[in-house]
Design a protein around this ligand. Structure first.
Ligand code: CAA
Length: 284
């Protein structure tokens, strides 16, 4: 398989910009594509802020941070992704939209280019079925905040070839992350364990058992979690948590995964956590 040096990232949100950043820091040239020019500008600013944090704590020098920024280019033009060795998509969690992106990539990229999805809940096997070359589709699931979290969960679709899985596992190591492979299943591994815990914490708030602050502090002090489940839900985005719970609930057809009524209300109210300024805490 060709060396994976030219990286494409589709979607300039929190995850897309974090993914572009870690590849650029590791020395790869990254082309970040998004439909919106302002989103691309925001992504560059958030990369700069994140790189400055890394400089401040001594894990990067100022010239290394500047060189990383210089390796990231951005565009609104989809067809410029045509020369990429691997394209990672981090766009809206909708199968139809992601499948359309895969079909468009099929039309412009080399036949041996790899298509990875950062989806947190969509079936990779269904996504791969959208491609004329389904063996090249794989899940590469990063965690928020991407520059800090060690794991990349690699999810093999039923169709993913061994060569593609190996290449993506090697690439993950090459950017300093730790790959762990999972088969395709609802919520994969991490979200199958993590989302129900956040959902259950929301049920505790719904039942009026304790305040959100106290529930979070109990899990920090009693279970040694770096942040409480409600703060984590706010970080991930409550809409994303609801999406994952609905995938688990419908996929396994098991009431233990039923989304909390309060989670549904929070999302309906637009209280999505950090990104909307309000969730279980306020983010001015
Ligand atoms: N860029 C660069 N560095 C960052 C950063 C960013 N965006 N965010 C945090 N950091 C660094 C800080 O500089 C700091 O570095 P040092 O400790 O070396 O000084 C370190 O990370 C810790 O940050 P803070 O001191 O600001 O805050 P903290 O100690 O409370 O840690 C945290 C913040 C890293 C987010 C920590 O609370 C944590 O690990 N929380 C759990 C996060 C988690 O579980 N994420 C997975 C979510 S699930 C998901 O993403 C997948 C999905 O599909 C839903």
């Amino acid at each position: 398989m060709t060396e994976l040096s030219k990286i494409g990232v589709i979607g300039a949100g929190t995850m897309g910009s974090g993914i572009a950043q870690v590849f650029a820091v590791a020395g790869h040239h990254v082309l970040m594509q998004d439909l919106s020019e302002p989103a691309l500008d925001r992504a560059r600013r958030s990369m700069e802020t994140s790189l400055q944090r890394l400089v401040k704590k001594g894990s990067l020098t100022e010239p290394q941070a500047a060189a990383a920024m210089a390796r990231v280019s951005s565009t609104t033009v989809f067809d410029l992704l045509d020369d990429r060795d691997i394209v990672i998509e981090a766009i809206i969690e909708r199968l139809d939209v992601k499948a359309e992106v895969i079909r468009k990539l099929d039309g412009i990229c080399r036949h041996d280019a790899i298509f990875a999805s950062n989806t947190s809940s969509i079936s990779l096997t269904e996504l791969a079925a959208a491609s004329a070359h389904p063996g090249r589709v794989i899940g590469m699931h990063f965690f928020n905040p991407v520059p800090v979290m060690q794991l990349v969960e690699i999810i093999r679709a039923l169709q993913t070839t061994d060569a593609v899985a190996e290449a993506v596992t090697d690439l993950t190591r090459a950017i300093g992350k730790t790959p762990r492979v999972s088969k395709d299943s609802y919520g994969f591994i991490v979200n199958r364990l993590l989302a129900p815990q956040i959902n259950e914490a929301i049920n505790c708030v719904y039942e009026g058992l304790a305040t959100p602050e106290d529930i979070d502090s109990m899990m920090k002090l009693g279970a040694n979690h770096p942040m409480g489940p409600l703060a984590l839900g706010d970080l991930i985005g409550l809409d994303v948590v609801l999406n994952i719970m609905e995938t688990l609930y419908q996929g396994f057809d098991d009431p233990k995964y039923r989304p909390s009524p309060l989670l549904k209300q929070m999302v309906a109210a637009g209280y999505l956590g950090r990104k909307s300024g309000k969730g279980f805490a306020d983010y001015p």
